[in-house]
Design a protein around this ligand. Structure first.
Ligand SMILES: [Zn+2]
Length: 113
């Protein structure tokens, strides 16, 4: 169980931390943006008191709050890209069906020549 005061203290220094003083692996940040961050399930005392953006599960993954906000922006882009890729994949499937339907016609033409 986390000490309430200690949790709040850690949260405050985390919020005040400057991103230029704390490095984060860009690959790690991108992987989180692609896969999403695992946050606390069910009830979380830290989230309850300090909010999701200050919860210890968030603080455990990002060196500063600015990194977390950057993650949120990248995550929104990643979701849009995933939706775009899915749409492209689905329309590709439709095109393949059309292509296959055209193929017998092509063969017929070759045979005739
Ligand atoms: Zn949490």
């Amino acid at each position: 169980m986390i000490d309430i005061h200690e949790d709040k203290k850690q949260s405050e220094s985390w919020q005040e931390a400057k991103p230029e003083d704390a490095l984060m692996n860009i690959k790690q940040l991108l992987m989180l943006a692609i896969n999403g961050l695992d946050v606390c399930d069910d009830y979380c005392g830290s989230r309850e008191r300090l909010g999701q953006e200050n919860c210890f599960c968030v603080r455990a993954n990002f060196p500063t709050q600015d990194h977390y906000f950057l993650y949120l922006e990248l995550r929104a882009i990643a979701k849009k890209l995933a939706a775009f890729a899915l749409t492209a994949e689905l329309s590709k499937g439709t095109n393949n069906t059309t292509k296959e339907a055209k193929e017998p016609t092509k063969r017929k033409t070759n045979y005739e020549i």
